[in-house]
Ligand binder design. Structure first.
Ligand SMILES: NC(=O)c1ccc[n+]([C@@H]2O[C@H](COP(=O)([O-])OP(=O)(O)OC[C@H]3O[C@@H](n4cnc5c(N)ncnc54)[C@H](O)[C@@H]3O)[C@@H](O)[C@H]2O)c1
Length: 427
């Protein structure tokens, strides 16, 4: 099939590259000319494990990128909308980018004879496709959804850091369909994926995405809350999580206590659902607490450090790990931002290192901190070490000899560190 993908970010580029490797003709569209140029040179504009080698197989053959929506959409059978849907300061979803993207698609449809399927892959609040996006498509195309073009909602569940693997091996495919024909086209596109497919109406598919993400966020804040209690009791939370996981009703996933969740999805999706619920006249107390626990959690690590060593002013501190999780350079809402800013506020001298997120870190912290080229360099002069992202290269006790180490993420068992001078945020 001919596929257009609007928005070549983490979701769009992985989706487009994955579909190209399945043999489809893919045209990616992005307003960022730098990203477009890089993709056309078979270079991934951000780090995602396995993405660039996959891109190199299709770029210039059955995959290309452009800044012009009409070039990609005119001949497309399926148009995926994958642009960002951040939240505003009050937590409500910001639809600016997706409205613009569907407006551009609608304008192109006006001048075409084709009957493509428009698929909303971006995460949007339930009802958005029906109430906002379809009307925009119809208004700008002068055409009727269902008759002249199909519409589906196909939420994305990939995890950054494992996005390529997740593309090829999804746990499920959720298809919200305007009508049967729309759903059938998407089923055909995904016919080689051997995974359960759930077909629903549009808004059910939209909320399945939120319910899934918000459940995971809740699980993390839950175990962090248990961890904060365990810390006060002198109990190792990881033993507790292990004991919980042996209960077949509780899965072991997302029970790793630490400095909280970050990234472009869990925080903003939880906030957006809270905001949407409030607009409907419902106070989602549980979800509000999930966010509250998560906002305080990074600062707990700094509290643990200060309690152990006293004043942090002028202390040399190495921060290992800046990305919100391993396998990605994404620092959006990373707990590392709060931790570094708090250390700076307390007057500490921070040297940071991350295997792939250094460019993004420079954009956030500028000249306020030192940047090390390796983990070894970062810890060389440091008196204290904070581990904030669980990259496997930090799983190296030799790095920490003679230093005080504070774990924001569990890496190695505390008694594996030779100095014995270490402490975790929740253990
Ligand atoms: N990142 C994830 O792990 C993930 C996982 C599942 C779902 N999602 C959802 O998928 C959506 C995309 O997320 P992302 O992380 O890929 O975002 P992103 O910010 O990485 O990428 C979005 C891209 O869209 C481009 N863009 C914006 N407006 C455009 C327009 N009018 N025309 C063409 N391009 C445009 C931007 O330049 C950017 O490159 C969001 O709704 C997000 O919530 C993200």
């Amino acid at each position: 099939m001919k596929v257009a993908v609007i928005g070549a970010g983490y979701v769009g580029l992985v989706t487009g590259t994955g579909l190209a490797s399945c043999g489809h003709d893919v045209s990616l569209v992005d307003i960022d000319a730098r990203k477009v140029a890089m993709i056309n040179q078979a270079k991934a504009p951000f780090y995602e494990a396995g993405l660039e080698p996959l891109l190199q197989k299709s770029a210039g053959k059955n995959l290309g990128a452009t800044v012009e929506t009409n070039k990609a959409v005119t001949t497309a059978d399926v148009v995926f909308i994958c642009v960002q849907t951040y939240c505003q300061d009050d937590g409500a979803i910001d639809l600016t980018h997706i409205k613009q993207a569907v407006t551009d698609v609608g304008k192109t449809l006006k001048a075409t004879r084709s009957h493509p399927l428009v698929v909303i892959k971006s995460t949007v609040i339930p009802g958005t496709t029906e109430k906002v996006l379809i009307p925009l498509l119809e208004e700008n195309s002068g055409k009727k959804s269902g008759d002249d073009f199909g519409v589906a909602v196909n939420p994305e569940f990939l995890r950054e850091g494992q996005a390529v693997e997740d593309f090829f091996n999804p746990d499920r495919i959720v298809i919200g369909e305007l009508d049967n024909d729309s759903g059938d086209i998407l089923c055909q596109l995904y016919q080689d994926f051997h995974t359960p497919v759930l077909r629903t109406d549009l808004k059910t598919a939209e909320i399945i995405k939120y319910a899934s993400n918000v459940f995971l966020a809740t699980k993390i804040s839950f175990i962090n809350e248990i961890g904060n209690i365990c810390k006060k009791l002198g109990i190792d939370t990881y033993k507790v999580a292990q004991g919980m996981s042996l209960d077949s009703r509780i899965s072991p996933h997302f029970l790793s206590a630490g400095v909280g969740f970050g990234g472009s999805c869990l925080p903003k999706d939880t906030k957006a659902l809270i905001s949407a619920a409030q607009e409907l006249g419902y106070q989602p107390h549980l979800l509000q607490s999930v966010i509250r626990v998560n906002e305080e959690q990074p600062l707990r690590l700094v509290e643990v450090v200060a309690k152990r060593v006293g004043e942090l002013s002028r202390r040399k501190i190495a921060v290992l790990g800046l990305a919100f999780k391993p396998g990605t350079d994404d620092m959006r809402d990373s707990p590392a931002i709060k931790i570094v800013n708090e250390l700076l506020r307390l007057g500490a001298l921070v040297t940071a290192y991350d295997p792939v997120a250094m460019d993004n870190a420079r954009g956030i912290f500028g000249e306020q901190i030192e940047y090390a080229a390796t983990a070894e360099d970062a810890v060389l002069d440091a008196e204290l070490i904070l581990i904030v992202t669980e990259w496997s290269e930090f799983n190296n006790p030799a790095l920490y000899r003679g230093k005080k180490v504070f774990y924001g993420r569990r890496l190695i068992s505390p008694n594996q560190v030779n100095s014995g001078d270490c402490e975790g945020v929740c253990w």
